[in-house]
Design a protein around this ligand. Structure first.
Ligand SMILES: Cc1cc2nc3c(=O)[nH]c(=O)nc-3n(C[C@H](O)[C@H](O)[C@H](O)COP(=O)(O)OP(=O)(O)OC[C@H]3O[C@@H](n4cnc5c(N)ncnc54)[C@H](O)[C@@H]3O)c2cc1C
Length: 444
């Protein structure tokens, strides 16, 4: 390979939330930064998101709901105020404070944020290069990472850098890695994120001795209805059934299989591991009015989730009686008689004996007995992976012996372990670890 070499202080691989945050933070402090992005546009999943920048409101809630390594969760929680202060200083548009799931945050102008990060990099003498593959990382004789071999339409370029940040956004777009690290059923799982993040950060990091975090099968996703146009990313939010946490989830054999009230993202994993990797989501008129037609974050648009699902090819029914629900379940290949018995038994226990519910309901055990009834076939869809390269609280990539691979950092979904069974914000995870990586690399 010809060495058309260029030099910089910081090389960032991946131009989404984590990478651009690391790049802009370092550039603002005087670093010459090069960002290489594989796609033709910047922003990755961040620009598909609603830009709700939120996290848990206490370290205890982070541990309870995030369920990952408490030390890494604390980095998100403790860096968040500084991240918000940086957004304000830079004049990024933000709403007033919002309640979001079990935390709080703001909706930010995510497109403006992404553009602003790229502008900061360029103002400080760096560059942001699109449609560029990273072939491999370069190590010096001591094993330190000192840059990367990259390939662009114009040819191959060696980028030499004092520090390198992996920020390619996780491995959710790789069916093989999903099946290997999450669950065999995950091979066929629908993708509700940018389609480019297929585990490049993991592969690049492992090739220079980085360890893959011992392995966290968790992921963030939602239950979705079937769709004729699943490749239309504008439907990701519209077809997500966030209200499953107030509904019942019933498998093909007709049984409940999880505590639905722990949250739709937890229900997504529980559904994935059921035979057939699907479920009937059942709710009643009360839940419909209170949750299935109301946006999950107060600034969203109201939307009737059943109507939207059916209009887009989903299999669902609005039924006057449980007999109709049972007939629908049979048509869809579920055991309708058992489905009906499960709903009746749930309602009976919910009225007289919530403590006998199995699986239990931690947050909401009210009966679902107000007609009309709603039954929708739902499937798991993945947004980003929780497992990744093992990192420390400074975002350094660790080797199998637990010591850092010098010069190498991972941020956002490329860094594993901050979340475990649950979740407290993807943008916050990416931005706080991006800032942390840049700081540890010397740009405090
Ligand atoms: C529909 C949707 C809604 C969401 N809503 C929210 C929300 O409201 N709040 C929230 O907190 N989170 C939300 N998220 C999650 C959030 O967007 C992600 O958690 C966050 O963007 C992850 O940041 P990241 O930098 O790790 O990945 P990304 O932002 O996806 O960036 C990764 C980048 O790396 C690039 N890349 C991939 N492979 C390579 C390679 N080999 N070389 C170079 N570049 C590469 C990708 O093209 C991409 O630009 C949502 C996501 C989606 C899809």
């Amino acid at each position: 390979m010809e060495d058309h070499g260029i030099e910089c202080d910081l090389l960032v691989i991946g131009g989404g939330m984590a990478g651009l945050s690391a790049a802009a933070w370092a550039a603002e402090r005087g670093a010459r930064v090069i960002v290489v992005e594989k796609a033709a546009v910047l922003g990755g999943s961040a620009v598909l998101s609603g830009g709700v920048f939120w996290t848990a409101v206490s370290a205890e809630k982070m541990t309870l709901y995030g369920g990952g390594d408490p030390a890494l969760g604390r980095v998100v929680f403790e860096t968040y105020p500084e991240a918000v202060a940086w957004l304000r200083r830079r004049g990024v548009d933000m709403t007033p404070r919002l309640d979001v799931l079990h935390g709080q945050g703001y909706q930010i102008d995510i497109h403006g944020y992404v553009r602003g990060c790229a502008a900061l990099v360029e103002q400080h003498g760096g560059s942001v290069v699109l449609e560029t593959e990273t072939l491999s990382l370069i190590q010096d004789a001591s094993g330190a990472v000192v840059g990367a071999h990259t390939r662009h339409a114009d040819g191959e370029v060696v980028v030499r850098a004092a520090a390198t940040v992996l920020a390619t956004g996780g491995f959710q777009a790789s069916p093989e890695l999903r099946a290997r690290y999450i669950h065999p059923n995950a091979r066929e799982m629908r993708l509700r994120s940018n389609p480019v993040s297929d585990g490049a950060g993991l592969r690049l990091g492992q090739a220079v001795g980085g360890e893959v975090a011992g392995f966290n099968r968790g992921f963030y996703g939602h239950l979705v209805s079937e769709s004729r146009r699943w490749d239309d990313e504008r439907l990701y939010v519209a077809l997500s059934q966030y209200h499953s946490e107030h509904a019942l989830l019933i498998n093909e054999a007709g049984h409940r299989f999880c505590d639905e009230t722990l949250g739709d993202h937890t229900n997504t994993y529980e559904t994935l591991i059921q035979p057939g990797a699907r479920a009937i989501c059942f709710w009643d008129a009360r839940v419909h009015e209170a949750y299935a037609t109301v946006p999950v974050v107060s600034i969203g648009e109201p939307l009737d989730k059943m109507r939207t699902a059916i209009e887009n090819g989903g299999q669902g029914v609005v039924a006057a009686t449980l007999d109709e629900v049972a007939a629908f379940a049979d048509d869809q290949g579920f055991d309708g008689l058992v489905v009906r018995a499960t709903i009746e038994a749930f309602n009976q226990a919910a009225r007289h004996g919530w403590e006998t519910l199995r699986p239990p309901r931690t947050e909401d055990w009210r009966p679902l007995d107000k007609a009309p009834y709603y039954a929708l076939v739902v499937h798991p869809a993945i947004t980003f992976t929780f497992g990744g390269l093992t990192i420390d609280t400074g975002a350094r990539v660790l080797g199998v012996d637990g010591t850092p691979v010098p010069g190498l950092f991972a941020a956002g979904s490329d860094g594993g372990g901050a979340y475990g069974h649950g979740y407290a914000g993807g943008l916050a995870l990416a931005m706080t670890f991006g800032m942390t990586a840049a700081r540890t690399a010397g740009w405090a």
